[in-house]
Design a protein around this ligand. Structure first.
Ligand code: ZN
Ligand code: ZN
Length: 145
């Protein structure tokens, strides 16, 4: 079998490749044979390479087979960690389960404060914490250069 061109799935960007099935349908497969795979390459009598979707009696395929990406598309996405919008670090699962979007220490405002900020009169509520850069106190330790 000639090496297939690996292209990212437009839906989930997992690496996939396209083959024609025996019936002439385009199949999006995942590279690498796996025990759970259901598609094997076959060569037709005229030399054309096609993919055969195995039926129940042929499964599991000996030596593995290619996985039809339609069966797994988007699964990886679900496992991607939710990130805190404030610090961009992954969220703790128990916080996500409680419906929290931020880490406990990252949560910027309560709902009432949020409303106050969105009102046009108070643009500088966020200020107060954190000095401007370069305002660190410098300690002269008397080290000679
Ligand atoms: Zn996909
Ligand atoms: Zn955070």
């Amino acid at each position: 079998m000639s090496a297939p061109d690996v292209v990212p799935c437009p839906a989930c960007s997992a690496p996939t490749f396209i083959v024609m099935s025996e019936g002439g349908n385009r199949l999006r497969l995942e590279p690498g044979r796996r025990p759970s795979g259901t598609v094997l390459p076959v060569t037709l009598p005229d030399g054309t390479e096609r993919a055969r979707v195995l039926g129940g009696g042929d499964l599991p395929a000996e030596g593995g087979a290619f996985v039809d990406h339609r069966k797994t598309c988007g699964r990886q996405k679900a496992g991607r960690p939710v990130r805190c919008p404030a610090c961009r670090r992954p969220m703790d699962p128990w916080l996500v389960e409680r419906g929290e979007a931020y880490h406990v220490g990252c949560k910027p405002f309560t709902a009432r404060e949020m409303r106050a900020v969105t009102e046009p009169s108070s643009p500088a509520v966020v200020a107060g914490e954190g000095r401007p850069a370069g305002d660190e106190p410098t300690l002269d330790l008397g080290e000679a250069p």
